[in-house]
Design a protein around this ligand. Structure first.
Ligand code: GDP
Length: 453
């Protein structure tokens, strides 16, 4: 057998022109326990629970492939893990903000048996100014008797509440029809191309994010931080750097420190996560004057898991002497070995040293993140690589790699079609070779394998 009898009809959407990339995104938002996960499961058409909402636990995956009436889309489950009622409104409001920036349609899920809570109202207030279409799902309407409770949710000002029972499947088909109607022809990912690139400044507390933001904007303005999710701006700021306009996302927390007496870490982490997701590229600040910490690693993991482009900025360089510099080099080799491809810049937000050097690093990383390799080029490369280093035997058989295609950009995602399992070591080898050949500096690269049945 060879690649000619491999049936790729199923993957015809994976052309060279990027049609596969543009799948619309539907975000599901709402407070905990309203049944978001059940609704996501319904939409995906499966029974097993998606990862449960566990406080403080970072999820690997928040997006799932779905289809309805022959149309493909992604379902983004925004989660909702909240310790206390006051913080909850704020955090659900932040989910809504991220959704407004990243999704093509938003579904706010409300528990009809409970009615509109103050949290629901706060989120609805945010969503009422959304340019992204918003649908209101009144969940837990298990039978007609609860319909009137659902109708009461008109009060949220988000139009007609669609009654559903995620648990029993009641009304979910109708909701899906409405979702499809609301989705734009052209998903956001393509419509946004050409606008200012979205950048997040992230890193552990006191690493210098606010100082850098001030240095970049050349001003020291404080922004009023609003109470518990009632109002949420200003969240993004447009900044001119290197002759271009950049959109720094989620800067509210950098402008005025959010003082949380309890759960500070938790909020910091939630904020970081939402900033990363709202951005295309993250600048991870690391304090160069101190050892690299576990907290730095956690933020790095969030960026990689989110599949965003990355620039590492070693800040407080003004405090670094020769000894520390040597030590830092060792730490980088040891602790940042999983991102040898990351662009690194040494800066001082305090003195302004080299902050302009962030610009070429951001540009390189985004170019890699956007990069598309043609199927022809990819397979020419693949043949040569396999001829030189075939995959190792498995169970006495040599798995054959038949064909490869780049299924997506942002980040570059490759699919290898094979006759057998490729072990992790060989997948990493392929990624390394891909990087050597096509250069994806500054961007994560995903390597997926489809085994032929
Ligand atoms: P954030 O929590 O990440 O926003 O950190 P801040 O910007 O509030 O900075 C925390 C502290 O580090 C402040 O006292 C800053 O003045 C200081 N700082 C930030 N950047 C630098 C730097 O490049 N050099 C030095 N020496 N101090 C810095």
């Amino acid at each position: 057998t060879d690649e000619s009898d491999w049936d790729i009809s199923e993957f015809t959407e994976l052309g060279d022109e990027g049609s596969a990339v543009a799948v619309p995104v539907v975000a599901i938002v709402g407070r905990p326990n309203v049944g978001k996960s059940s609704l996501v499961n319904r939409i995906l058409g499966r029974r097993e629970a998606v990862v449960e909402d566990i406080p403080g636990v970072t999820r690997d995956r928040v997006s799932y492939d779905a289809s309805w009436a022959g149309r493909r889309f992604m379902v983004q489950d925004t989660g909702g893990w909240e310790p206390d009622a006051k913080g909850m409104a704020q955090s659900v409001a932040r989910q809504a903000e991220v959704a407004m920036k990243t999704a093509d349609a938003i579904v706010l899920v409300v528990d009809a048996t409970v009615g509109a809570t103050t949290t629901d109202e706060a989120v609805a207030k945010v969503l009422r100014r959304s340019k992204t279409p918003v649908l209101l799902a009144a969940n837990k309407v298990d039978d007609e008797r609860i319909e009137s409770e659902a109708a009461a949710l008109w009060s949220l000002g988000l139009g007609e509440p669609y009654s559903v029972s995620a648990a029993h499947g009641r009304g979910t088909g109708d909701l899906l029809d409405k979702i499809l109607e609301a989705l734009p022809e052209t998903p956001r990912e393509t419509t946004l191309t050409g606008g200012p690139r979205r950048v997040a400044l992230v890193g552990k507390p006191n690493v210098g994010k606010s100082s850098l933001m001030n240095k970049l904007t050349g001003e020291d303005r404080a922004v009023v931080d609003n109470v518990a999710g009632t109002t949420v701006d200003p969240v993004d700021e447009l900044v001119e750097l290197g002759g271009k306009i950049w959109n720094f996302v989620d800067t509210a927390g950098l402008r005025k420190k959010v003082q949380q007496s309890s759960g500070h870490e938790f909020y910091a982490s939630l904020r970081t996560r939402s900033a990363i997701e709202a951005a295309e590229v993250s600048v991870l600040l690391i304090d160069a004057s101190e050892p690299i910490t576990e907290q730095d690693q956690r933020v790095l993991t969030m960026i990689i898991d989110a599949g965003r482009a990355l620039v590492i900025a070693f800040n407080k360089w003004d405090l670094v002497d020769e000894d520390r510099r040597m030590q830092l080099e060792k730490e980088v080799d040891r602790d940042l070995s999983r991102v040898p491809w990351a662009r690194k810049v040494n800066i001082s937000a305090h003195t302004g040293r080299a902050v302009q050097r962030l610009v070429p690093a951001l540009e390189t990383s985004l170019a890699s993140w956007d990069k598309r390799v043609s199927t022809g080029q990819l397979n020419t490369w693949l043949k040569a690589v396999i001829a030189e280093t075939p995959p190792p035997m498995r169970g006495g058989r040599l798995p054959r790699v038949l064909f490869a295609t780049q299924a997506a950009t942002r980040p570059p995602t490759f699919v290898f079609f094979t006759t057998g399992f490729l072990e992790a070591g060989y997948r990493r080898f392929l990624e390394r070779k891909l990087r050597e050949e096509f250069n994806f500096d500054g961007s994560p690269v995903k390597v997926n394998v489809r085994v032929r049945e």
